[in-house]
Design a protein around this ligand. Structure first.
Ligand code: NAD
Ligand code: ZN
Length: 343
């Protein structure tokens, strides 16, 4: 089979031929139908040796839709033939976090999270999952729309669900960065909360996308977005800021936009930082959090939203041969929605 692998730290991905894996024990073999390309892949490809505890070479691809085609002798054979999406956090299923449904915080992961992020992923013809529970079946959503739900949809949904209490009633949410994750966050906010949605992105095409997906206000800067919210609703601050960039600038601007009791939710990995403490001239009772991906139960909920037609990823489908060029465009900010690769 073909696979795009990271051969060494700081190297571009290369296309290689590998044997089709044979699932053993509890493992499940998925034939890949579509894979989303995430900004996090760019991070993995860019870091020097020693930053991530992964063994290389590593097959990338953590947003995977496909069909179960074979299982090991200890796996649930009724899965064979099922279509669905891979839950990429390959948790142990046994630790206290897994037992209480917070499998995205599994204590056994030691930095090697799972699919394409520490373990061989789905930017290949086939991917092996350690267990059938890492597969979520879906019936009516096509693979190219299903793949981005695995991370872009799940991460956005999880970040929003964690703050559902602050997104009830007359309130406002700010989405910073309307890319792969952000464009789904706009839809999830509209589908699951009563918040006025403000979306900010310096790219006009990203603002246009947010508007088309239901954002009430769009702007190319946080200040302008907040001014538009205030002018039309009288609300003077934001209850939940979802920062899908995470730079020094966006964290500072996001925190300064909060209303009392507001939440700054850091999702983006641009490695910015912000000082946390009392007496910082921030609104009373502010909170900051840095959610990570999401538990399996949230992926099930995301798939349900898509099956009901309430969540519909905007995708640009590219052929397998175009992966290097597609990553280059993602790096340069030239993508609307999500790029999805079809093997
Ligand atoms: P993307 O490249 O598709 O989208 C990023 C968007 O941010 C683009 O539209 C870009 O124009 C916009 N942007 C850039 N600078 C901006 C600024 N200063 N203000 C407002 N918008 C700005 O990326 P993506 O795949 O959606 O990923 C977003 C981030 O989330 C990445 O950093 C990624 O690594 C991270 N991520 C985190 C998790 C997690 O679990 N916490 C999971 C997946 C991805
Ligand atoms: Zn665990």
């Amino acid at each position: 089979m073909s696979a795009y692998r990271l051969p060494g730290w700081g190297h571009p991905v290369e296309l290689v031929e590998l044997p089709v894996p044979v699932p053993r024990g509890t493992e499940v073999l998925v034939e890949v139908q579509a894979v989303g390309l995430c900004h996090s892949d760019l991070f993995v490809m860019s870091v020097e040796e020693g930053v991530l505890p992964y063994d290389l070479p590593l097959t990338l691809g953590h947003e995977v839709a496909g069909r179960v085609v074979a299982v090991g002798e200890l796996a649930d054979s009724s899965l064979v033939g099922s279509d669905g999406v891979v839950h990429g956090v390959w948790s142990c299923g046994e630790c206290h976090n897994c037992q209480r449904g917070q499998d995205n915080h599994c204590v056994a992961l030691d930095g090697r999270v799972g699919c394409g992020l520490g373990r061989d992923g789905g930017l290949a013809d086939y991917v092996v999952l350690p267990h059938g529970r890492h597969f979520v079946t879906a019936t009516s959503v096509p693979p190219t729309a299903l793949a981005p739900l695995a991370d872009a949809g799940l991460t956005a949904y999880h970040a929003i669900r964690l703050h559902a209490d602050a997104l009830a009633g007359d309130c406002a949410a700010l989405v910073i960065g309307v890319g792969g994750l952000g464009h789904l966050a706009v839809q999830i906010l509209r589908a699951t909360t009563s918040a006025r949605v403000v979306a900010v992105d310096p790219r006009p095409e990203a603002c246009a996308l947010a508007e088309r997906l239901g954002a009430h206000h769009t702007a190319m800067s946080v200040d302008d977005g907040l001014a538009r919210l205030t002018a039309s609703t009288g609300l003077t601050g934001i209850d939940v800021v979802l920062d899908f960039v995470g730079s020094d600038d966006t964290l500072r601007l996001g925190a300064s936009a909060l209303t009392p009791g507001g939440r700054l939710v850091v999702v983006g990995g641009a490695r910015g930082s912000i000082t946390v403490g009392k007496g910082l001239d921030l609104p009373l009772g502010w909170q900051v959090s840095a959610p990570f991906w999401g538990p399996r139960s949230d992926l099930v909920a995301v798939v349900e939203l898509a099956e009901k037609g309430l969540l519909d990823p905007v995708v640009e489908v590219v052929p397998y041969a175009d992966v290097p060029a597609a990553y280059a465009r993602l790096h340069d900010g030239g993508v609307t929605g999500r790029i999805v690769v079809v093997p």
